[in-house]
Design a protein around this ligand. Structure first.
Ligand code: GLU
Ligand code: ZN
Length: 275
């Protein structure tokens, strides 16, 4: 059975790009008589505004989508801790006390998620007084996982090579899991078989595939869809592109909007493109 999901973070209102993503995942499940899941990814520390989750549900309803909701990330912290402990006991995580300023001062290269951490704390003994994050030793994890292939519905067969991320954070200083760890564990727990999301997260799938390998999780397929752009670039919450809630409150017909997006008919100034 095909199981897809839409996994928004309640740190800002949903916009057209989210609608496109949710509709894509919804329709892939519907067309295969599968299931479409909604998962609220609400562990983004102080940026998380739980009250937005209700708005998200109203937005999806307004678009005419039907879904099954699975537990929000904030109710799954134990499973993140358990997985982190397993990786720690296997020597795949190490504590890192560096601050952003430390990392910047080391003048590292830029990767898909910002500066690539140069591995400074790997093999270093920890100063117990400092707050620490836990980072994945990516080289060692790749050796343990062996050849890790994954399949993208649009780009085809891929071999996981997350080295361009450097040693990513799996447990944050301020939260029991990073996005990478939480989303990977949840997709497995929710039985997701087709991870559907925007092309902007294509690179992250290399990390997620590696994590599946070292955690012994089932390997789904992925569908990374193209993204909506306006004149200033990719639509994003922070740029204040009109939100779905604004459109809904303004009396726009959500189902017609959904059908337009399905047919790649976009409002003026909006285009679809790969990242
Ligand atoms: N919560 C992530 C976001 O809103 C999406 C995660 C995913 O689809 O894997 O950007
Ligand atoms: Zn460090």
């Amino acid at each position: 059975m095909v199981v897809t999901r839409f996994a928004p973070s309640p740190n800002g209102p949903l916009h057209l790009g989210h609608a496109y993503s949710a509709i894509t995942a919804h329709d892939l499940a519907r067309d295969a008589q599968g299931r479409f899941l909604l998962r609220i990814e609400d562990i983004d520390g102080p940026r998380s505004r739980p009250e937005l989750a209700d708005e998200f549900r109203r937005d999806l309803e307004w678009l005419g989508l039907e879904w099954d909701e699975v537990p929000a990330q904030s109710s799954r912290l134990d499973s993140y801790r358990e997985a982190a402990n397993q990786l720690l006991s296997e020597g795949l995580l190490y504590p890192c006390t560096c601050t952003r300023a430390h990392v910047e001062a080391m003048a590292p290269r830029l990767g898909p998620e910002g500066l690539i951490y140069p591995g400074t704390c790997r093999g270093r003994s920890l100063n117990p007084d400092l707050p620490f994050a836990l980072r994945l030793d990516v080289e060692t994890a790749m050796e343990r996982a062996g050849e890790a292939m994954w399949d993208d519905a649009i780009r085809g067969a891929q071999q996981a090579d997350p080295r361009e991320f450097g040693d990513v954070v799996l447990v944050r200083k301020d939260a029991p899991a990073s996005y990478h760890l939480a989303a990977t564990l949840d997709d497995a727990a929710d039985g997701v078989t087709l991870v559907t999301r925007g092309m902007d997260l294509f690179a992250a799938s290399h990390i997620h595939r590696l994590l599946q390998g070292v955690l012994g999780l089932p390997v789904p397929r992925w569908h990374h869809h193209a993204l909506l752009f306006d004149r200033d670039g990719k639509l994003a919450k922070r740029k204040g592109s009109p939100s779905l809630a604004d459109r809904r409150r303004g009396g726009e017909d959500g189902r017609s909007l959904a059908d337009a997006l399905r047919e790649n008919r976009f409002p003026a100034g909006i285009t679809l493109a790969n990242a």
